[in-house]
Write a protein that binds this ligand. Structure first.
Ligand code: MLT
Length: 324
């Protein structure tokens, strides 16, 4: 009898799974964890994409900002969350650099998550405070070298996009600056505008408004070509910074063990969101580019994340940079 009762429980569980997915998300909100402070670039991408996804899922998605340690605190929270589909993570390139930077990371980006799909790519700009004396990149370099002990570069913690971009900038110009970590580049930008820090490498999804308002000084786009939405900012390649091509990709993840049918529903909603003209237009206005529906699929993200971890790990190991 016991065997039969076990069998029937197993059959019942199997039959219940599609029904669970069929009802998903139901009345309970989905919590999308953003591992940086509210109001920053990751938060911006998250709010815009989940607004469209919620419509397709006929449910509610709320954002929970869990900042700290370059995004690893928020990522770890999702790695150990209930895997019923009501908790997801929205993170960026930092998911691929964390394994090399954090020796006590506490999770494996590939093994402890189900992949949902990619969301958008965002370019970065090197910015200064409005009153920083150099008015262009040509004059900025000698100024930095002459004042390196007095200048501070803001970032969102070790492993954050702003940290990686700052590292790349300092190694390219051969000059080390003091760095000030924040729980996100939203609070960092406030201090940059206030003059508490002098420079920051940040994503256009965060600084577009401040650049247009002229409250910060954009020096260079950290890529080889100019950013379509910011054509007047020179690109790194034309400023004598060859080989700089920083683009911050963003993606969505769920805890390992989230039912496949639920993963499929989340990914289908994400594919619809990234192909939504309003979302694509919002990203473009901010200099960013929404992913294609193809990239918003689990198998595509798993391949991309694996490639990115393989790319960044030797670079970080060679630099001997560790967060812990
Ligand atoms: C970063 O990695 O710099 C983050 O994008 C900052 C943020 O989203 O606040």
């Amino acid at each position: 009898m016991k065997f039969l009762s076990t069998l029937s429980l197993g059959v019942l569980a199997a039959l219940a799974a599609p029904a669970q997915a069929q009802d998903f998300p139901g009345s309970a909100p989905i919590v999308a964890v953003v591992p940086f402070a509210a109001g920053g670039p990751t938060d911006k991408v998250a709010r815009d994409v989940t607004a469209v996804m919620a419509r397709h899922l006929k449910g509610q998605i709320v954002i929970e900002n869990v900042g700290g340690a370059g995004g690893t605190i928020g990522a770890k929270k999702v790695a150990t969350a209930r895997n019923d589909g009501h908790t997801v993570l929205i993170h960026h390139i930092g998911m691929s650099t964390a394994p090399a930077l954090y020796r006590q990371l506490g999770f494996d980006p590939l093994k402890d998550f189900e992949m949902i799909g990619e969301i958008a790519d965002v370019p970065m700009v090197l910015l200064g405070t409005k009153n920083l004396p150099p008015d262009n990149f040509k004059d900025l370099l000698p100024y930095i070298k002459a004042n390196s002990s007095k200048l501070f570069l803001a970032n969102a913690g070790i492993g954050s996009a702003s940290h990686l971009c700052g590292l790349l900038f300092m190694s390219t110009i051969g000059t080390q600056l003091g760095t000030v970590p924040y729980k996100g580049t939203a609070p960092a930008l406030t201090d940059l505008i206030g003059g508490q820090v002098n420079l920051m490498c940040d994503q256009t999804t965060n600084v577009a408004g401040q650049i247009k308002a002229g409250v910060v000084k954009p020096y260079v786009a950290m890529q080889s070509a100019r950013i379509d939405a910011f054509k007047d900012i020179p690109a790194a390649a034309e400023q004598g910074l060859p080989g700089i091509e920083v683009k911050i990709w963003h993606a969505m993840y769920a805890p390992k063990g989230t039912p496949p049918a639920v993963v499929e529903k989340l990914s289908a909603a994400l594919q619809a969101a990234v192909e939504d003209p309003v979302f694509r237009g919002k990203m473009a206005e901010l200099g960013a580019q929404a992913a294609t529906g193809e990239r918003a699929r689990p198998e595509s993200l798993r391949k991309h994340l694996g490639n990115e971890i393989a790319k960044w790990t030797p670079v970080i190991r060679a630099a001997g940079v560790y967060a812990d």
